[in-house]
Design a protein around this ligand. Sequence first.
Ligand code: DLZ
Length: 194
Amino acid sequence: MHNKGPTPQHHDGSNLRIGIVHARWNDTIIEPLLAGTKAKLLECGVKESNIVVQTVPGSWELPIAVQRLYAASQVQSSSAGSGASAGDLLGSSTADLTAVSAAGASMGPFDAIIAIGVLIKGETMHFEYIAGSVSDGLMRVSLDTSVPVIFGVLTVLNEEQAKARAGLIAGSHNHGEDWGLAAVEMGAKRKAWA
Ligand code: DLZ
């Protein structure tokens, strides 16, 4: 039932910092996608303390959040030692972060950022506008910042299709796993290409 996808590649993520921004719309689908994403990051050796999770209301807000999260991580690295975290700089509560303020959390700009959202056509009259703008926005942020932005936005016709892409239907595949692997691969390759 898994659509033809990329042959999985496992790269070493032990020295990578990965940001995740996810929408809170359709949270029953988002939750397993986020879990699948994080599971693959950890499996590739990304340290829990190097995974920062932020949320936004809906998919529409993903591009600006990814852009600001990356900018904040750059400021954070240049003001290392000041105690500021990407979360602080975004004005969010540290409770919203996985572990950015934990002792031993590394500093530095993100090597890749994963944007996760679920747009369901049946529930969204302006589905096409949101889907198109979010796709364009995330690509723009990626090219403008030179940071791989992983496209973890499901654009589906109904809830059933969303469930099938989140591994919630027997025999289906959780696409979040692909996004975690893609983030590590692209983060590692970006370091090599620098
Ligand atoms: C408004 C809206 C609707 C109708 N549907 C969705 C959806 O299916 N998935 C999603 O991520 N967000 C949805 N939103 C919210 C918008 O993305 C956005 O958060 C609001 O319009 C506020 O800017």
